[in-house]
Design a protein around this ligand. Structure first.
Ligand SMILES: [Zn+2]
Ligand SMILES: [Zn+2]
Length: 314
């Protein structure tokens, strides 16, 4: 099952140095989900081969413009392209009014259903699910109400030990019960068979935590424990700590410390201030604390790996 993240924008506030405001596409089982929709997101779709018509859910972290100013453009394009399937938008309160006033000013009546869902930015709760995955809100610490998002695969079934199952010539109808964790009886011999003997533990449930924008915020650690990939606000370098504290943003040190304390496998840093043209010093600073750090740059695709990968923590 595919599980990957494509970065469409990773700058804070204004576009600069070829970097754009926040937007990412998370693709799970070939279905794309959009997180944040900064100005110019539509252009990034065509640039990076994202089929935007397939997006049915959009998750907006908060109402600072660098995270949603591309939304009205995208909503309008869907209308002009005669979309008919519904679009669900998840965000803190206030976004629906902003979008509706823009549509009303142009006397636009959308040709598809647009549904808004308010995310409670104080609570960690499941806000969306389907057969493959769940999305959970992550309360963040920012100047205005702000929520991160945790994308997680659904709990998986145990795996049949195929060799043993076939060697014992067990009937196939026992497989679903074994996968669900039940003990069974061998119909050939009447023998009682323990589930543990015939099955292996389920595959690891992959997860991705998007945490922007936020100051250093330790309550997050328990909520993102052992995530495969964490994206964390890294607007400033270490020298910019005072500015980060004043503006409720993160630094290299903050992002890497949260990653380390939460025991995530990989860290992506982003939401860079326009004052940094060269980001390599930020990457070095973060890697001093958390070696498995990468820059979340436009066009980069990060795979959430199927099996745990052991990193050399040096
Ligand atoms: Zn921002
Ligand atoms: Zn913000």
């Amino acid at each position: 099952m595919t599980f990957q993240i494509t970065i469409l924008g990773s700058n804070s506030a204004v576009p600069a140095h070829g970097r754009n405001p926040s937007a990412q596409v998370v693709e799970i089982s070939k279905k794309p989900y959009l997180i944040d929709c900064g100005e110019g997101t539509q252009m990034r779709f065509s640039q990076y081969g994202i089929k935007s018509s397939r997006i049915e859910q959009i998750f907006i972290s908060h109402l600072h413009g660098d995270h949603y100013f591309g939304l009205i453009g995208l909503i309008s394009s869907y209308h002009l392209l005669r979309r008919n399937k519904p679009l669900d938008i998840f965000s803190p309160t206030g976004l629906e009014e902003i979008i509706r006033v823009q549509l009303e000013a142009g006397q636009t009546e959308l040709c598809y259903p647009l549904h808004f869902h308010i995310v409670d930015t104080e609570r960690h709760q499941m806000i969306f699910e389907n057969r493959q995955m769940e999305v959970w809100s992550l309360p963040l610490n920012h100047r205005i109400p702000c929520s991160g998002f945790l994308f997680r695969e659904k709990k998986k079934e145990r795996r049949i030990n195929k060799e043993l199952f076939e060697a014992m010539q067990l009937p196939h109808h026992l497989a679903p019960r074994l996968k669900a964790g039940e003990d069974v009886q061998d119909p050939n011999t009447g023998e009682f068979l323990s589930n543990k003997k015939l099955t292996l533990p389920p595959n690891h449930e992959r997860s991705y935590a998007y945490c922007s924008d936020t100051a250093y915020y330790e309550p997050l650690i328990d909520l993102i424990k052992d995530a495969d990939i964490l994206y964390h606000d890294c607007t400033f370098d270490k020298a910019g700590t005072d500015r980060a504290v004043q503006t409720y943003h993160g630094t290299t040190e903050h992002a890497a410390t949260i990653a380390q304390k939460a025991g995530v496998r990989r860290l992506l840093i982003g939401h860079f201030s326009a004052k940094y043209e060269d980001l390599s010093p930020l990457l070095e600073e973060a890697r001093e604390i958390f070696p498995e750090t990468e820059l979340a740059l436009e066009g980069e695709i990060f795979q959430v790996e199927a099996a745990p990968v052991l990193f050399n923590k040096g």
